[in-house]
Design a protein around this ligand. Structure first.
Ligand SMILES: [Zn+2]
Length: 204
């Protein structure tokens, strides 16, 4: 890849966050409490954060970090509309200690993405694919020409995300997954929101 990739796993349910950096600036895919310490250690400035969906574990600690750092937030249009909604983030149904860490995201610098939209950043073309199923706001991000995709909880190594949460649909998830995989070379590496990486070919 053009940029260096670092995986940070953390938060209350071991969520994978990905840092792509060029030595000084970086783009993040999802966020958790322990990302800021890694960024400090690496001396990186965040240009943008892409969120795969608004379940709380994919942006834990973000509101705190936003108070001292300015960067653009990218997520699906529908996710942007609901990122501070406890029904969508699931914070309405989990213990308060977790909920307090997730809400109050500042959306002043947020961009709602639509299906197929291309975002040029840090020398990369990030292609948004809307993949409802695990949740209605789920999005995957393909790095065009680099055989890499950040797939959130849509595809896991050997399985898919759960569909028993608010807005979940197994039928939709299956369709979204097939549509996504059909866009990718079989050797494209998929970076999921939980667990190890896989490839598009292995998940067909
Ligand atoms: Zn999720």
């Amino acid at each position: 890849m053009t940029n260096r990739l670092t995986v940070v796993t953390g938060g209350d349910i071991d969520t994978n966050c990905y840092i792509l950096d060029n030595g000084s600036e970086c783009v993040l895919f999802d966020f958790t409490h322990n990302v800021p310490a890694v960024l400090d250690r690496m001396g990186l400035t965040v240009k943008a954060l892409f969120i795969t969906h608004v379940h709380f574990d994919h942006f834990q600690g973000l509101s705190d970090y936003q108070r001292t750092h300015k960067f653009t937030l990218y997520l699906s249009e529908i996710g942007l509309a609901h990122i501070n909604d406890g029904l969508w983030t699931l914070t309405a149904v989990i213990p308060e200690t977790l909920a307090a860490k997730s809400l109050d995201v500042d959306v002043t610098n947020a961009v709602g993405l639509s299906d197929g939209e291309l975002t040029e950043i840090l020398g990369m073309q990030v292609r948004t694919v809307l993949t409802p199923g695990h949740s209605q706001d789920a999005a995957c991000y393909i790095i065009d020409g680099e055989n890499a995709a950040f797939v959130g909880d849509t595809v896991f190594c050997g399985s898919v995300g759960r569909t028993d949460l608010y807005g979940g649909s197994m039928e939709q998830l299956y369709k979204s997954k097939q549509r996504l995989l059909a866009m990718l070379d079989p050797d494209t590496v998929l970076y999921p929101g939980h667990g190890p990486q896989t490839t598009a070919g292995d998940e067909l």
